[in-house]
Design a protein around this ligand. Structure first.
Ligand code: SIN
Length: 538
C-alpha cells in the first residue's frame, strides 16, 4: 500500500452474529483444475465446500487449449522435462518443486484418463505435441484444443458425484477471516442471498489468475487477482509478483476481446509473419517460432514497431483444412466467426497478459505462511515456474498441487464433520472517509490501460514510478470506501494487486524471464537470483 492509504484488514463491515453462516471441514475457493482436484482429494477424509465467483465454466482452466505437459512416452524422460522447466525458469525455479511436479505428472494424468478424460490418443496411447521450450513432444490434449474444458467437465462430474462435496457458484469471496492466533478460519463473502460467512477448519485458495489487470488478456472476466489481494490483507507472504507471463499469440481483431490462439499451432508448424508477409522469428532466436514465450512476445512487439503495424500474423495456410478443423476446433470456430478462412487468410495476432507466475508463497505441502491456509494453481507461487513458465506446465501444476493441497488440508481429519469448527465472534467496522467517490468502472478501465502501457511486456523505472503514483492516487479514493457489490470489491482488489506488482517490478532491477526492463537489460545473478517477497505484515 502507499503511505497515503490506510491499510484495511477487511473491506467490509462484519458482525459474525448477525451474518448467515455455514460450517465445513475444508473450504476450497475456486473451481479450476487445482480447486476441483483439491476438493476431490480432501473429500476422501472430510466435508468440503467449493465456492467460485462465477459459474463453473468461468476459469482459466476451462479456456486452456494447448494442453497439459508431462512425460508420457518412453522416449522422453523426467530429467529432460526437469531440465526444460529449469532452463525456462531462468535460474530461480525451485528444483525440489520442479522434481516433485514433473515426477507426479504421469500418474495423475493416467488417473484423469481413468476418470473419463477423453484425451486424444495415437495407437491407444495419449497423443502428445510440442510447445516452445520443450525438447520433447510432451503436451497432452483433449478434443484437439479443448483440453481445459474436457478436463474440467470430468472433475466437475467427479466432484458432483461425491456426497462430501457441496459446490456453491456465484459466491464472491471478500476476505479471509482470521482469529487472534492469526489462524485462517474461513471466509466472508456474498452470494445471491446476501453476506455469508463460511467457517472452515482449513481453507484452500485456488482463485486463479489476474490477467484482467491488463487491457489485453486471454483471461476470463473473473480473473481479477482477488485471491492475491485477499491473502495480502490477511497477512500472507506473496512472491514473484513482477512475473506476469504474456502469451505471444492472441487473436487481434480491433474492437473484439482477445482470445487465445494456442501455442501448439506453432508447435505443429504455424509460422509467424509480419505485415509484409516476412517470417521474422529466426531474426530473434535460433528456435524461431518455438523460442520461449517471453522471447516470442518481445520479438512480435519489436517487429510490430519495425513495420509500424498493430499486429503480426500466424500462417497456417499449409495445414490440411480437414485436419486443422479437427485438431483445432476452437481456433477454427473463432476464426470463422470473424470471417477468417484459415486456408486462405493469415490470422492476425499480438501478445496479451496470460498467466500470473507470482502469487501466494507456498511450500511443497501447498501450505502458505498463514496457519490453516493452503494455496494451489495459478494463485500459488510454488517456485515451479521461476521467472518464466514453460507452456502447459500450469495445468500440470494445478493437478499435482491440487491433490497435495487437498491432502494437506484434510489428512488430520478422521471423518467428515469431525474437524470441530465452531462459530467465532468477529466484529469489524471499517472507518469511512468522505473523500469523493470515483466511478469504479472508469478506474478499472483506466487501470487496465495503465498496466498495459507502464507495467507490460517491457518496463522501466520512470514508467513504473508513474504507475505507482497513479495507482496510489486511485487507491486514496477507492480503498477508503465500503462497497457491497462484487465489481467494486474487484476494483479494490485490482488496485491492490496492481500496486504490489508494480512495486515488485520496480524492485527487480534486472531482466529475467518474463520480467524485461529496458533500463536493466541484463540478468543480474549477484543481486537478483532470488525471489522478491511482499507481505502486509498484518
Ligand atoms: C496455449 O495453448 O498456448 C496455452 C497453454 C499454456 O498457457 O500453458
Amino acid at each position: 500500500m502507499t503511505d497515503q492509504t490506510e491499510f484495511r484488514r477487511y473491506l467490509v463491515a462484519i458482525d459474525s452474529i448477525s451474518t448467515h453462516q455455514l460450517f465445513t471441514d475444508c473450504l476450497v475457493i475456486g473451481a479450476g483444475i487445482a480447486g476441483l482436484r483439491a476438493a476431490i482429494e480432501a473429500a476422501e477424509h472430510c466435508n468440503v465446500i467449493v465456492v467460485c465467483k462465477g459459474s463453473l465454466q468461468d476459469s482459466n482452466t476451462w479456456l486452456a487449449q494447448g494442453g497439459i505437459a508431462s512425460v508420457l512416452d518412453e522416449t522422453d524422460s523426467f530429467e529432460s522435462h526437469i531440465v526444460d522447466t529449469l532452463n525456462t525458469g531462468c535460474g530461480i525455479s525451485d528444483k525440489e518443486i520442479v522434481d516433485l511436479v514433473v515426477r507426479q505428472g504421469p500418474r495423475l494424468i493416467e488417473q484423469l484418463l481413468r476418470w473419463g478424460t477423453d484425451f486424444d490418443l495415437t495407437d491407444g496411447h495419449i497423443a502428445t505435441t510440442l510447445e516452445g521450450g520443450h525438447s520433447h513432444a510432451r503436451v497432452a490434449h483433449a478434443h484437439g484444443d479443448e483440453t481445459g474444458r474436457i478436463i474440467t467437465e470430468v472433475l466437475i462430474k467427479k466432484a458432483r458425484q461425491n456426497p462430501n462435496i457441496k459446490i456453491v457458484e456465484n459466491f464472491c469471496g471478500v476476505d479471509l477471516l482470521s482469529n487472534d492466533d492469526n489462524k485462517c478460519i474461513g471466509i466472508i463473502g456474498q452470494d445471491k442471498r446476501g453476506p455469508q460467512i463460511i467457517w472452515a477448519t482449513n481453507t484452500i485458495l485456488a482463485t486463479g489468475g489476474a490477467g484482467q489487470l491488463y487491457r489485453e488478456t486471454t483471461n476470463p472476466e473473473i480473473a481479477t487477482g482477488d485471491g492475491i489481494a485477499i491473502a495480502y490483507r490477511a497477512g500472507a507472504v506473496l512472491q514473484d509478483l513482477e512475473f506476469m507471463q504474456f502469451h505471444p499469440t492472441t487473436l487481434y481483431v480491433a474492437g473484439a476481446s482477445r482470445a487465445l490462439v494456442t501455442e501448439t499451432l506453432r508447435g505443429e508448424g504455424a509460422i509467424l509473419r509480419d505485415s509484409r508477409g516476412r517470417a521474422f522469428m529466426k531474426d530473434y532466436h535460433e528456435s524461431a517460432e518455438l523460442a520461449p514465450r517471453d522471447i516470442v512476445s518481445r520479438a512480435i512487439l519489436a517487429q510490430m514497431l519495425k513495420t509500424k503495424s498493430t499486429n503480426v500474423y500466424l500462417d497456417v495456410r499449409h495445414f490440411k483444412r480437414e485436419h486443422f478443423a479437427k485438431r483445432f476446433p476452437t481456433i477454427s470456430e473463432l476464426c470463422e466467426s470473424f470471417g477468417i478462412d484459415v486456408s486462405q487468410n493469415l490470422i492476425p495476432v499480438r501478445p496479451s497478459a496470460h498467466y500470473m507466475i507470482g502469487g501466494v508463497k507456498t511450500d511443497a505441502k501447498a501450505a502458505t505462511s498463514i496457519k490453516n491456509l493452503y494455496a494451489c494453481g495459478e494463485i500459488a507461487a510454488t517456485g515451479l515456474h521461476g521467472a518464466n513458465r514453460l507452456g502447459s506446465n500450469s495445468l500440470l501444476e494445478g493437478l499435482v498441487f491440487g491433490k497435495i493441497a487437498g491432502q494437506s488440508a484434510s489428512q488430520h481429519i478422521k471423518k467428515p464433520g469431525d474437524s470441530g469448527i465452531k462459530h467465532q465472534r468477529i466484529k469489524h467496522q471499517p472507518t469511512y472517509s468522505n473523500r469523493t467517490l470515483l466511478n469504479t468502472s472508469d478506474v478499472r478501465n483506466s487501470l487496465r490501460a495503465l498496466m498495459w502501457r507502464n507495467v507490460g511486456i517491457t518496463r522501466k523505472a520512470q514508467l513504473l514510478t508513474e504507475a505507482q503514483e497513479i495507482i496510489g492516487f486511485w487507491q486514496r479514493y477507492v480503498m477508503d470506501k465500503t462497497f457491497d457489490q462484487p465489481q467494486d470489491w474487484e476494483c479494490q482488489n485490482m488496485l491492490t494487486v496492481a500496486l504490489l506488482m508494480t512495486q515488485a517490478a520496480q524492485m527487480r532491477k534486472e531482466s529475467r524471464g518474463v520480467h524485461h526492463r529496458s533500463d536493466f537489460t541484463n540478468i543480474n545473478d549477484k543481486n537478483f537470483k532470488k525471489h522478491i517477497e511482499i507481505t502486509s505484515g498484518k
